[in-house]
Design a protein. Sequence first.
Length: 109
Amino acid sequence: MRKHPERGGACVQCGECCKKVRITSVTSHIISNHGSLEEAKSYYALRGIRIVEVVQAADRVLLEIDIPCSQLMPDKSCGLHGTPDKKPLICHKYPWFKDDVESCGYTFE
Ligand code: SF4
Ligand code: SF4
């Protein structure tokens, strides 16, 4: 299991991480259905779905789609902020590794 690095900084409410959804899938199932990851990539690309990470050892693929969260407000705030029982767990945890969002206010050792 990967060790989580030390996180510093804070959310600057840029809203970038709320503009797309990421879904974890199983590499072997994808290859079984599509023949290869490259075939799956071509198929997904026609619908705007990207494969952004492949972890062979864990048989895991990370898919990304540009679908903004319905709770992302025009001022980039979260409509569920302050309601921990409604806000998804993953939103509380994000980010736990350095991600590709340049405007993110979090830093990692
Ligand atoms: S629930 Fe809030 S923090 Fe989570 S993705 Fe939606 S807008 Fe962002
Ligand atoms: S990308 Fe980082 S700074 Fe921007 S909203 Fe998400 S957690 Fe906050």
